[in-house]
Design a protein around this ligand. Structure first.
Ligand code: F6P
Length: 499
């Protein structure tokens, strides 16, 4: 019974972070772990050996080990849809048939990149990557993080149905030199298909004789892409068992691999595989994604934290919080357990965040003195990404480290306005360098942490039925079939479109 474990955990005496450091001179070496070019410092969380031990027992009761094996072996862990979740196979870890299939599909992607690079399909200089959710957030974030600025192709990732997102790209790009990449697992997503049609219309208006000859499709449903008019030779399929928010490792990564080079993409996969192996082989108390999930569950269930904030102290990682919002909230924003019973625990915390140091001058007031307890995650890179005076990068890192220290230490004052309570937890993740392999390991860490959280909650992290109702309602509202929605919504429609 996991309720017994929760009772034990909730009844455990809890020292403050300052007290924990005073008590244990080795706390940093005990709770900071290093792997694949990353350093994870959990010492400023309330994890201690007893708490980790209690969560370890809970994980064993919930069958974490068997569930991890089932995930990696390609068993149908997504039980509501009867599907496996085989993102690890994309990185070469998993069911041999799935690993072979992923490898073959990657080779196909690599060959198409070589053909495009050779100029055989046209002299492309611009890439418009259209997709939304997992078909855009990962590629956009990767490109922002890893681009050097001197690449052969300029890549624009457009997701929103709002024409304000697409129009400036069309104004900037040369239609004759533009490759249109349509990324959609289902190839039915309304936003992506409307944007794709608008790009085709633009190419036609610009005098391109065969606009569909400039299209590449990335999808798990090649038939839909063929029906839409994409030539089979330019469709890069991926497996149905790779979920949308886990798909950047599949052909959904094509635009990034084309823009930055296939080797960069291969390094990304290798870095993720290094984290997969760590997750697979390491005992719970030294297992980085597992420890992170233990801390997540402690703060959510025991301390009542409803949010977790992630701050990238590196402009290049500025889109990581957006990417994590989908990964964590679409995966673990559920209210029923695996067997369909109501979930008695809080599901995913609301993930939010931004970029340091900017955020310090905007939202950190609440983190330091607000009444909410918000576990914070700091992401930083030791090697500078700029060649200006070292004062910039040094200042960036020092500010980052100082925030974690201040949140934890606090500062007593007789003036209550100037009092800092302290004892506020944070995790700091340091990348030695921002390169494809360390970023791959970081993203795989986040995926496994999300999975472990789902196991501890006993929920299915691999479906997303919650987003369907909104889509259905949008269609219903668009239909002129006399079926009306509520009066408030109908009035909004009338004001926008007339009676
Ligand atoms: O609506 C949610 C969602 O299905 C996400 O899970 C997915 O990443 C996104 O839409 C895009 O879907 P697709 O890749 O099929 O266009």
């Amino acid at each position: 019974m996991t309720s017994d474990h929760w009772q034990t955990i909730k009844a455990m005496p809890q020292l403050s972070l300052n007290q924990m450091f005073e008590k244990d001179g080795d706390r940093v070496s005990r709770f900071a772990l290093q792997h694949a070019g990353l350093y994870f410092d959990f010492s400023k969380t309330h994890l201690d050996e007893d708490l980790v031990g209690a969560f370890r027992d809970m994980a064993d009761t919930l069958g974490l080990s068997a569930k991890r094996e089932a995930l990696i072996a390609g068993e149908p862990v997504n039980i509501s849809e009867g599907r496996a979740a085989e993102h690890c196979a994309e990185r070469g870890i998993g069911n041999p048939a799935s690993v072979d299939n992923a490898h073959a599909l990657h080779q196909r992607m690599k060959s198409l990149i070589e053909v495009i690079d050779s100029g055989a399909l046209g002299e492309f200089r611009h890439i418009i990557h259209l997709g939304i959710g997992g078909s855009a957030l990962g590629p956009k974030m990767l490109h922002e993080a890893l681009k050097l600025g001197d690449e052969k192709y300029e890549l624009a990732v457009v997701s929103n149905i709002d024409g304000v997102a697409l129009e400036p790209v069309l104004e900037r790009f040369d239609a004759g030199k533009t490759l249109l990449v349509i990324a959609s697992k289902t190839f039915t997503t309304a936003e992506t298909l409307l944007n794709a049609q608008s790009v085709i219309d633009w190419m036609t208006e610009e005098g391109i004789a065969d606009p569909r000859g400039q299209v590449v499709a990335l999808t798990a449903d090649p038939e839909q892409a063929v029906e839409w008019g994409v030539d089979e030779t330019r469709i890069l399929p991926f497996s149905e068992t790779v979920g949308g928010r886990y798909s950047l490792w599949s052909s959904i990564g094509f635009s990034v691999a084309l823009a930055l080079g296939y080797d960069v993409f291969a390094d990304l996969l290798a870095g993720a595989a290094a984290m997969d192996r760590h997750f697979q082989d390491t005992p719970w108390s030294r297992n980085i994604p597992v420890l992170a999930a233990f801390a997540d569950q402690y703060y959510t269930q025991v301390r009542g934290c409803e949010t977790r904030a992630v701050f990238a102290y590196d402009e290049r990682l500025g889109l990581v919080p957006d990417y994590l919002q989908q990964l964590e909230m679409e995966s673990n924003g559920k209210s029923v357990t695996l067997d369909g019973a109501p979930l008695a625990l809080h599901s995913s915390p609301i993930v939010w965040g931004g970029v340091g140091t900017d955020a310090q001058h905007a939202v950190f007031q609440l983190l330091h003195q607000g009444s909410h307890l918000v576990p914070v995650e700091f992401l930083a890179v030791i090697e500078a990404g700029d060649s200006l005076s070292p004062a910039h990068h040094n200042g960036l890192l020092l500010n980052c480290f100082a925030q974690g220290a201040a949140l934890m230490a606090g500062k007593k004052s007789d003036d209550s306005h100037r009092n800092y309570q302290g004892d506020r937890p944070s995790v700091t993740i340091l990348l030695e360098e921002l390169e494809a392999s360390s970023l791959g390991a970081l993203l795989a860490f986040y995926e496994h942490r999300t999975f472990v959280n789902a196991v501890l909650l006993n929920i299915n992290p691999f479906d997303q039925f919650g987003v369907e109702l909104g889509k259905q309602m949008a269609n219903k509202l668009a239909a002129e079939d006399g079926n009306r929605l509520d009066a408030s919504t109908e009035e909004l429609k009338k004001r926008a479109f007339g009676a």
